[in-house]
Design a protein around this ligand. Structure first.
Ligand SMILES: [Zn+2]
Length: 155
């Protein structure tokens, strides 16, 4: 069989060229209820995670070693809580979705947001697609094993 080369293929170098500006790389995230929550210069999946609770770490302030992420969070401050941790206590100033009040994340300093070096987001709290539950929303919860073996392969 001779190899068939399609002549209808057009070069895509002129159209749909991604812009080089950093604005093009901004990501938008939504609460499960559909409310806009976060715009950030990186995917939150690529950010480091806290070992303690798996929360996503967003650097909120510049240091000598690293620059803060550019991000805007649409959330309201809620009650600070005190957690028991191995070796001591941890105070979390939490913030939540302005529409459905679902907790989104926390920081270790009182409001306003970004008053501390880091902002933490709960794993699975946000989705990149409006109205869609994130794939890791139920991480760490007891899995329903009967329904759980579908579509674990990703192409
Ligand atoms: Zn919400």
């Amino acid at each position: 069989m001779p190899k068939v080369v399609s002549r209808s293929a057009v070069s895509s170098s002129t159209d749909a060229r991604p812009t080089a500006s950093s604005a093009a790389a901004l990501r938008v995230y939504y609460c499960i209820c559909g409310e806009f929550i976060l715009v950030i210069d990186k995917t939150i999946a690529s950010l480091p995670r806290r070992q303690t609770d798996g929360a996503i770490i967003i650097r909120a302030q510049d240091t000598d070693e690293a620059k803060a992420h550019v991000f805007k969070l649409n959330a309201v401050a809620s009650e600070p809580i005190l957690l028991e941790r191995p070796g001591g206590h941890e105070r979390q100033f939490r913030f939540s979705c302005p529409r459905c009040t679902l907790p989104i994340g926390y920081q270790s300093t009182p409001p306003p947001l970004k008053s501390g070096p880091f902002v933490y987001l709960f794993s699975g709290a946000l989705s990149q697609v409006q109205g869609q539950v994130p794939g890791d929303a139920f991480d760490g919860e007891e899995a329903n094993t009967e329904e759980d073996n579908e579509s674990t392969t990703r192409v």
